[in-house]
Design a protein around this ligand. Sequence first.
Ligand code: AMP
Length: 197
Amino acid sequence: MRLILLGPPGAGKGTQATRIVEKFDIVQLSTGDMLRAAVAAETPVGLEAKEIMARGDLVPDSVVVQIVSDRFDQPDCANGFILDGFPRTVAQAEALGTLLHSKGMMLDVVIELAVDDEALLARIEKRAAETAGGARADDNAEALKKRLAVYHEQTAPLIAYYREQGLLKTLDGMQDIDDVTAAINGVLEPEKSSASA
Ligand code: AMP
């Protein structure tokens, strides 16, 4: 099974992705995690991405697409994957389509976690307060707000893009975490039985 989890920062994609991975035995491919690892390891990609990420902007499409392409070739992707944080622009979505096609793969579904902006801003303030001086360089209120603005500008157009392809399922991300998980399972269980290998 191959799916995309789409939604603004703070919508709970990471939490839900972890649960999907356990239940459906697929891998989570988070470009954010991969980029943070590259930053920590001070690779050329990491050095290029560091400042961009710290201010909440997007790393260039070409860089991210290459990382994902390399990752798809790892054997643990054979059973399927969940893309978390990728694609983030229409250009990335188009590149992903080309990439999957060239590898003989197809997407099964794109799940959008819909969350309203006011609630997100409240979560963002809370998360920034909880992690003040903490783990992520981009977990301060300013960078988080920037990430939300970037989401609306550059990533939200993917909702229409995948709707037109007939792949989009929109779920209410404002529910309790367990209810969101149940809604996701309701989408994925039928997909799993109908998914081609
Ligand atoms: P995330 O962990 O998904 O919130 O990503 C953290 C940061 O990594 C983002 O704010 C971007 O700077 C960068 N990033 C992650 N995924 C992508 C992507 N698909 N395209 C461009 N930049 C990305």
